[in-house]
Write a protein that binds this ligand. Structure first.
Ligand code: ADE
Length: 212
């Protein structure tokens, strides 16, 4: 086991395969400071169609993720015991807004579980029984929690002591001291100043403006 174990519950486990194989997250895993297990929620569905959702009680559009399947998936991932009660974090736009202080605190845990919802909602009883925290990565609605889980894991992995080299230290990241980072330019070894940027004539100098 790594210093931090993260378990992800998702109906699209394949989404995470490439993500875990690049950059700092990969390095954290290789250094055995992080391990990430990906659990396919459908593996806990007993029927032959591997159904994880059903129509909403009371009618309306969309489907609701079933509590028994989610509970079985969670319990099969981490058998809950008195001495092992990891945080169960549900990714949802209704959650607390994720920020750097959140990431700092999560990087100090030994273990946590990220639940990626899909469809319209997750059964309320499951949320009340198992979920200890809810996180949103911003005020917009994603089609599922998977991209949010990647954002959280990336922000947390770089803060685990030993993952970054001293010169990359996460402590100097933007937001650690409530300041945004400054502009940076690569050094040109030949001129000793910053390297030139050879841009095409199509670029409208000084005209790059936000569309929003
Ligand atoms: N799932 C759907 N939208 C989300 C968001 N904004 N943050 C976290 N999880 C989500």
């Amino acid at each position: 086991m790594g210093r931090l174990s993260i378990h992800i519950l998702s109906i699209f486990p394949g989404i995470f395969e490439d993500f875990l194989n690049y950059g700092i997250v990969r390095r954290a895993v290789e250094k055995k400071l992080l391990d990430v297990s990906i659990v396919n929620i459908r593996d806990s569905a007993p029927d032959k169609h591997k159904t994880v959702d059903d129509l909403p009680y009371g009618g309306g559009a969309g489907m609701i993720m079933k509590p028994d399947i989610l509970a079985a998936s969670l319990e099969s991932t981490v058998p809950f015991r008195e001495n092992r009660r990891p945080e169960v974090i549900f990714l949802t736009p209704q959650g607390k807004r994720f920020d750097q202080s959140h990431a700092n605190k999560m990087s100090m845990l030994d273990e946590f579980i990220l639940i990626c919802g899909r469809y319209r909602a997750v059964d309320e009883r499951f949320r009340e029984t198992y979920v200890t925290d809810e996180i949103s990565i911003g005020d917009y609605v994603l089609s599922g929690g998977e991209p949010a889980a990647m954002v959280v894991i990336d922000a947390v992995a770089r803060l685990i002591p030993g993952v970054l080299n001293d010169f990359e230290s996460g402590i100097e990241d933007s937001f650690q001291n409530a300041l945004l980072d400054c502009p940076w330019f690569p050094l040109s070894k030949t001129s000793g100043t910053f390297c030139p940027m050879n841009i095409s004539g199509l670029v409208n100098h000084g005209q790059s403006r936000s569309a929003f």
